[in-house]
Design a protein around this ligand. Structure first.
Ligand code: C5P
Length: 317
């Protein structure tokens, strides 16, 4: 499997214990940041059933927190949110088991997930939790796994997971698992809104019928890359999954219209939804829009972009 030739935060995190101290940790807290997709182009359905993508990922300031402690030899996952399974179907549990095998480690861990990212909301919550578990456990177990293998484990866990080993603004190609760091796009006044419906990613892709761009396999979103790092990028973005998901969930379309009428310069569904993000010009309008959204019972959170440096520096608390 190809993987990005970048310095992932994994490299830095794995190197850190040796560089810092010899002290053994017994617990660790890791932030699992959410992402949005500035843009999501779906090119065609591949023979393996996945869809070939061109997407620009962005980490944002909303995060779940993983509390990981060394406890016996079992892998245990706990979460106060009843929508999150705590058995072996949890992606965090799968991540821990794959890492333990790859690193030839005997230790176990208890991983408690403090959930704030909406579940099945298009913000990469599960994927981010999995990557955070890999990064936290590498540190806690003092394990050593080659970077290439770490990316391969991440890709086995889910198409978005490798991105969370990188963070910041990044291009995702293939099924989204091949990640290339881009220069950073900064946006201070983003508002997330979620109508409280869960959208299945597989169903969203399954509904796509107009996939007319197989010839575009080599195309990357040039307009967006040309706009690299400038504030116009968020405003030029589009999402090929939006049409089918909005048709199935009119409440998401209504939310998008609501955000635009509250002064957003741009509003777009993230990933396979149901969360919509909106770009505002200033703090005041975004605060007012958040107030209005919450007044109608809609989950809404003001966020900003997190660049790669901040991502790496704040991931492990
Ligand atoms: O990779 P991940 O587990 O996140 O994907 C969930 C589902 O979304 C896949 O089983 C597939 O149905 C769909 N998907 C896709 N093409 C992609 C990514 C996901 O069809 N590039």
């Amino acid at each position: 499997m190809r993987h990005a030739l970048i310095t992932s935060c994994f490299t830095l995190i794995q190197a850190a214990p040796r560089a810092c101290s010899t002290q053994m940790l017994s617990s660790i807290r890791v932030r699992a940041y959410a992402k949005i997709n500035w843009t999501l182009d779906v090119l065609f359905r591949r023979e393996d059933g996945y869809h070939e993508l061109r997407t620009i990922y962005q980490t944002i300031s909303l995060y779940d927190r993983l509390h990981i402690s060394l406890t016996g030899s079992d892998i245990r996952v706990t979460c106060a949110d009843p929508r999150v399974p705590t058995d072996e179907s949890n992606i965090v549990c799968k991540a821990a088991l794959l890492l333990r095998e790859a690193a030839d480690v005997r230790a176990g861990a208890t991983i408690d997930i403090e959930k704030r990212i909406p579940v099945a909301g298009g913000l990469g919550g599960g994927s981010s939790n999995a990557a955070a578990a890999l990064l936290g456990l590498i540190r806690l177990w003092g394990a050593s796994v080659p970077e290439r293998e770490m990316f391969s484990i991440a890709a086995r866990l889910g198409s978005d997971v490798p991105f969370f080993l990188v963070g910041g603004t990044a291009l995702g190609v293939g099924r989204g698992e091949e990640v290339y760091a881009l220069s950073e796009t900064r946006c201070e006044n983003l508002l997330l809104a979620n109508p409280g419906v869960e959208v299945s990613t597989a169903e969203a892709y399954g509904k796509l019928s107009r996939l007319t761009r197989p010839e575009a396999v080599r195309i990357i979103p040039f307009t967006l890359l040309a706009a690299n790092g400038v504030c116009e990028l968020p405003l030029a973005a589009s999402n090929d999954l939006e049409e089918v998901v909005l048709a199935a969930h009119p409440e998401i379309a209504e939310l998008k219209r609501g955000l635009l009428s509250l002064g957003a310069r741009h509003a777009l569904m993230s990933g396979s939804g149901a969360t919509v993000y909106a770009v505002f010009d200033n703090l005041e309008t975004s605060e007012r829009a958040q107030f209005e959204m919450r007044a109608t019972g809609v989950w809404s959170e003001r966020v900003r972009t997190i660049d790669r440096r901040e991502y790496r520096d704040t991931l492990i608390e």
